[in-house]
Design a binder for this molecule. Structure first.
Ligand SMILES: [Cu+2]
Length: 195
């Protein structure tokens, strides 16, 4: 089952899942050689979401940090019954089609893939792209070198971006009321001028 290749869509797939844009050889910009080989195990499972209020899906780690030009091997273990993905975005498109590296594991499956990161300091989005999985906890970041700043809404790393996460019902009511008062104050001089 499956096939391997070194074309534009380097990809393996079988009933356990798939790995897309794996790259063990092509050097991205800013790299004369692979700086080091690093290996991570990333586990996906609802159990890892329990410590983050409101999250449904989880990963046992939400941040991976590597040196520029590292060759990164990820073993992605899916402990849930549903499918999950380990997807990195923003990689150079001349090596990685659509700028991404992508592992997908069926329920209960383990898949492994390798890619080489560029030479610049940058923080890359990593997530599961299945509907609502990122919003419900499957978001992380890959920090290369010094990175380029934390992403928003990364569990355990940065604050939730959506305002409704920290505005209670009561506060929302006051916010709307405040907005109305402000609108009246601003409009009153205009109305006076017209009448
Ligand atoms: Cu998922």
């Amino acid at each position: 089952m499956g096939h391997e290749g070194h074309g534009d869509h380097a990809m393996t797939f079988d009933e356990q899942g798939m790995v897309m844009n794996f790259n063990t050889e092509k050097l991205p910009g800013g790299c004369d050689e692979v700086s080091e080989d690093v290996a991570f195990t990333v586990r996906a499972g609802t159990a890892y979401a329990e410590k983050f209020a409101g999250d449904v899906f989880g990963m046992d780690t939400h941040e991976l940090a590597v040196k520029p030009c590292s060759r990164v091997t990820v073993t992605f273990i899916n402990e849930d019954a549903v499918r999950h993905q380990f997807m990195v975005h923003g990689l150079p498109k001349y090596i990685y089609s659509m700028g991404m590296f992508h592992i997908e594991a069926a329920g209960g499956a383990t898949k492994q893939g390798t890619f080489i990161v560029p030479g610049e300091n940058k923080t890359y989005l990593l997530h599961c792209d299945l509907a609502q999985h990122m919003e419900n906890g499957m978001k992380g970041q890959l920090v290369v070198g010094k990175g380029s700043g934390d992403l928003t809404s990364v569990p355990g790393i940065s604050a939730k971006f959506r305002a409704d996460q920290y505005l209670s019902k009561e506060n929302q009511t006051w916010a709307i009321f405040g907005g109305l008062v402000l609108a009246i104050l601003l409009l009153t001089p205009l109305i006076r001028r017209w009448t």
